[in-house]
Ligand binder design. Structure first.
Ligand code: SF4
Length: 67
């Protein structure tokens, strides 16, 4: 399983991560993105990594967890 996080102090609210991986990322009222799932399901790991790579301010971290 992977875990994702968004540093909302860096996020500029471009919406790319939400577009690329709506299962994991959502938009808060202040337009920044947040992670809506504690653990990223296997089928969403790829889009989550794509979102992290696409983020213009490197605000997304994805880490692999055990089991
Ligand atoms: S891609 Fe990055 S900057 Fe854009 S909304 Fe997502 S976390 Fe924020």
């Amino acid at each position: 399983m992977a875990q994702a996080s968004v540093d909302r102090t860096l996020c500029v609210g471009c919406g790319l991560c939400i577009e690329l991986c709506p299962a994991v990322f959502a938009r808060a009222e202040d337009r920044t993105a947040f992670v809506q799932l504690q653990a990223v399901p296997p089928e969403a790991t790829r889009c989550c990594q794509e979102a992290a790579a696409a983020c213009p301010v490197d605000a997304i971290a994805v880490s692999e967890t055990e089991n």
